[in-house]
Design a protein around this ligand. Sequence first.
Ligand code: ADP
Ligand code: MG
Length: 165
Amino acid sequence: MSISSRQTLSVITRNPQRTVELGRRLGRLLKKGDVVALVGELGAGKTTLVKGIALGCGVRDASEVTSPTFILMSEHKGRLPFYHFDAYRLHGADELTVLGSHEYFEGTGVCAVEWAERVGDALPADRVDVRAWHVNSKRRRFDFSPTGPGSAKIIARLGRQISVR
Ligand code: ADP
Ligand code: MG
C-alpha cells in the first residue's frame, strides 16, 4: 500500500477474495450520489472489485453483480440503491447521457461504471477513479485517484483503514 503525493492510493491484492474485501471497504464509505469510475483491461478485476463495492453498499447477494456486456446498467437493492454500469459497448459520453445517466449520478444511490474511459465526459467532476492492473495470474493492482474534494476524502479514509488493518 502506498500513497503518492498526488493522493493516489495503490493496493495490490493476491486473490479475488482480497479484491472483494477491498471493494467492500470502499463500498462502506460511499453515500448517495457517489460515483466510482473503473478502467483497466479485460480480466483486470473491475467486476470483482464492484462485487465488493456492492456488498459494502449493503447488497446481499453479490453473485448477481456480473458484467453481461449487453446490459448497460443493472440495479441492485442495498442500504442504498446500487447502479452498476458497463460502458463496454458505448462509443462516447452522449450515448450514456441520452439514457439519463445524470439522474443516476446525482441521485439516490451509488454508481459504479466499468469502462469509464468510453464515457468520460458523462461522468461527474468529483468521482473515485479506479485503474485496475493485471500484475500476474493471481495479483491485481488497484490505483484509486480522487478528482475532487469528495472523492479525496473517501480515498483518504480508505487508505487509513487499510494501513491500520
Ligand atoms: P474485469 O471486470 O476487469 O474484466 P473480472 O473481475 O471480471 O475483470 O475478472 C477478473 C478475473 O481474474 C476473474 O476470473 C478472477 O477470478 C481473476 N483473478 C485472479 N486474481 C485476482 C485478484 N487478485 N483480484 C481479482 N480478480 C482476480
Ligand atoms: Mg467487468
